[in-house]
Design a protein around this ligand. Structure first.
Ligand code: CA
Length: 731
């Protein structure tokens, strides 16, 4: 009697799930719990820090009865140190974890597989955060999320601040078990990814060239890409039959690129560049691609990074080069106030296969100032243009298939601009296109970062001259603080390590800083420096070669720094030879260096040597370098020596500006190997305007990659050779 009852009871319980919830507090408890999981069970990680935790989550759940790994409280379980997560099995769900303050010891933080043969299927990672979980070595490649298997979902996650090499997230198709995968990637927040300064900074990649003729069938929808600036490709599609829809791209440099693979659909996406440099839209390559109903506004990018780009292909292309555009359908897209549309882009001896069998119809292109933004690089007779609208562009290279009468735009309730004229109602995006609601992406309990206003947001600290008053103030300062220096003499006996954004500002009068170490300031990770009105003298520096007023860490730096020098006087950096104003190290990167209204004299080294990436791998040391309104006298090295080697085309910079400045006796030291007052090697964008060079070495510019633009005008050269240009890429 009893026996029968028990049997019935057991049966009933297993049918209803018999679900257990196991709260674990140690790694050992976790490992014991994970071995005995049944469908419907939940493992809960106790709140707090889990350090050096390589989580292996395996099991076999059921369609309506998954096995779950979650946090006691979402956002209060921190996975730190040398940690990662591997998921293998079926119907598994992970949620609520935060990865921060560490990095993966393997090549991936979250992997949808245990080993090459043991993958995840029908599994989901949701409401999980990865925040600056970076290998400390900038050029050490790893990945934050790798999707393998089939039918997996990655949704409502928050990924922010990947700054070492390696794509943030990738879908892999490297075995049959991972092909035709039907993954879903939705409602994620892809937060700011800084400029990497080399290839390998993509935010999302689907496939690789090797398997690119295989279908992936991945859906990428309703994700928010916020300032994803890693490199030229925000998203790199390298497989077939994927759908990317409803995503929002804000101020992200680069493009959504159909790099390899065929039959992909990109629709209903919104790109808002807000006029930020190098923001781009969509780049089309390969067969059977559909680009429909996308809204692109305020995008400034050019060449392969333009608002809209159709590439030329390579005849009989190897799988890793460029297939011809064939049978592309490009319809009902709206492109407003953007700078570049490039057709048959990349046309050269190798890329000679022009687009064929393609249709460009019912698209709307509007620039308020009616300037032409279209560049046609080759024969585009293989694109049929029909029923497109253009806002009265006088010198448009596109005529047939365009209504080029002027038209007005009006903002609709969805925030997007539409033509007022009813006759154009069918051109551009549909009236019901919805802009993604940013608050429906990522998680609610982890803030999305605001604007990067790193300087002058904190307290003002007033200091008096004297021995190490500057050092002490800097040591006690927090991010954004402004240290105001009363006039007088400051002596610094220890290198000031700058590990957060700090401003040093001289009050009225002269505040002179001398220093006794080999550097006055050293920028380390998270550090940025602004000097305003300060006088720096090298007179007290040690009598050794190779001092610097400012230097970066000697080791790799993950976070890009900013250096601003205004109204400064820098003198007598000459206690020994090769005394630089600034010294960078390999694998450090400046987002911006700006020198304005400053004077430099009697210096035995360089002012801005950004020349430490010499392996010709496409790396460099700084993105925007600007010198304006400044004077340089008796400088043995170069004012700027910028080196970007290699032929890789994944990056935007460097950019260099020298304006309204005077150079006298610059570059004349015997140790100046560049034999230049300004040497620019592989710089992409140069403006040298309104300067006077006297008794100096020449400007030397070498074009090695991309389509570099060098502007030199209104410069005077007195007892100085004319600029010396070497051209390897000229057309
Ligand atoms: Ca790339």
């Amino acid at each position: 009697m009893i026996r029968i009852t028990l049997t019935v009871l057991t049966f009933v319980l297993s049918q209803t799930g018999f679900a257990e919830t196991l709260l674990v507090s140690t790694q050992e408890e976790y490992e014991n719990a994970v071995e005995a999981l049944e469908p419907g069970d939940t493992i809960v990680l106790a709140n707090g820090e889990w350090r050096d935790f390589e989580i292996l989550f395996t099991g076999t759940g059921e369609p309506d009865n998954p096995i779950t790994l979650t946090a006691e409280t979402k956002g209060e379980v921190f996975i730190t140190g040398q940690s990662n997560l591997r998921i293998a099995g079926e119907y598994l769900v992970v949620s609520g974890l935060v990865f921060r303050d560490g990095y993966t010891p393997t090549n991936t933080v979250i992997s949808f597989r245990r080993t090459r043969g043991d993958l995840a299927y029908h599994s989901r990672v949701t409401e999980t955060v990865i925040d600056h979980f970076n290998n400390p070595e900038r050029q050490e490649t790893d990945f934050w999320v790798m999707m393998y298997g089939k039918n997996n979902r990655f949704d409502h996650n928050h990924l922010v601040g990947k700054s070492n090499a390696g794509v943030t997230m990738a879908v892999r198709l490297d075995s049959e078990e991972s092909q035709q995968n039907r993954h879903r990637i939705d409602h994620n927040y892809f937060g700011p990814r800084p400029v990497l300064g080399s290839n390998g900074g993509e935010t999302l990649r689907i496939g690789t060239s090797q398997y690119s003729l295989t279908d992936s069938l991945t859906v990428v929808e309703n994700n928010f890409f916020d300032r994803c600036n890693g490199e030229l490709e925000i998203i790199s599609i390298k497989s077939g039959s994927n759908t990317l829809r409803g995503n929002l791209f804000v101020e992200s440099r680069g493009t959504l690129t159909f790099r390899h693979g065929n039959g992909n659909l990109v629709e209903n996406n919104v790109f808002l560049g807000n006029g930020v440099d190098h923001t781009g839209g969509i780049r089309v390559i390969n067969f059977d691609q559909i680009v429909r109903n996308n809204y692109l506004h305020g995008l400034t990018g050019h060449r392969f990074g333009g608002a809209f780009v159709v590439m030329n292909g390579v005849p009989d292309s190897p799988i890793n080069r460029y297939f011809q555009v064939d049978n592309a359908l490009i319809e009902n897209n709206t492109i407003i106030d953007s700078d570049h549309i490039e057709l048959a882009a990349g046309s050269d001896e190798e890329r000679s296969a022009t687009p064929v069998n393609s249709v460009f119809r019912s698209n709307l292109i509007h620039n308020e100032d009616r300037r032409n933004i279209v560049t046609v690089h080759d024969d585009i007779s293989g694109i049929e243009f029909r029923a497109n609208a253009l806002n009265g562009v006088e010198d448009s290279p596109l005529a047939d298939g365009f209504d080029n009468s002027g038209f007005e735009l009006r903002r609709a309730a969805n925030g997007l601009l539409y033509p007022v004229d009813e006759a154009l109602a069918d051109a551009g995006v549909s009236r019901d296109l919805q802009v993604l609601d940013r608050s429906n992406t990522g998680v609610s309990w982890y803030p999305k970062p605001g604007p990067d206003n790193r300087f002058d947001t904190g307290d003002t600290i007033e200091i008096e001259p004297g021995l190490d008053t500057l050092t002490d103030a800097a040591a006690g300062a927090d991010a954004g603080d402004v240290i105001t220096m009363a006039p007088g003499e400051y002596l610094v006996t220890k290198t000031i390590v700058v590990d957060c954004p700090l401003t040093f500002q001289a009050a009225a009068g002269t505040a002179t800083v001398e220093f006794e170490r080999t550097a006055l300031f050293e920028l380390v990770d998270d550090g940025s420096l602004k000097l305003d009105g300060v006088t720096i003298s090298g007179r007290a520096a040690p009598d050794v070669a190779g001092n610097s007023a400012i230097r970066t860490s000697r080791y790799s730096m993950l976070n890009n720094f900013i250096l601003i020098v205004r109204n400064a006087t820098v003198e007598d950096l000459n206690t020994n030879h090769s005394f630089n104003f600034f010294t960078s190290s390999k694998h450090t990167f400046a987002d911006r260096i700006e020198i304005a209204d400053s004077s430099f004299s009697d210096i035995t080294g360089h002012i801005l040597p950004l020349n430490r990436e010499i392996d010709d791998l496409g790396l460099y040391n700084g993105e925007y370098i600007s010198i304006t309104g400044s004077s340089f006298r008796n400088i043995e090295g170069a004012v700027a020596d910028i080196y970007r080697g290699g032929t890789d085309e994944s990056t935007f910079g460097p950019h260099f500006e020298l304006r309204s400045s005077s150079l006298e006796s610059v570059g004349i030291g015997s140790r100046n190997k560049s034999e230049a007052s300004v040497r620019l090697h592989g710089v992409q964008d140069t403006n040298i305007v309104d300067n006077e060079f006297a008794d100096s070495q020449p400007v030397r510019v070498t074009h090695i990659v991309g389509e570099p633009v060098t502007m030199m005008s209104r410069n005077r050269f007195i007892e100085t050779p004319e600029p010396h240009m070497i051209e390897f890429v000229a057309q």
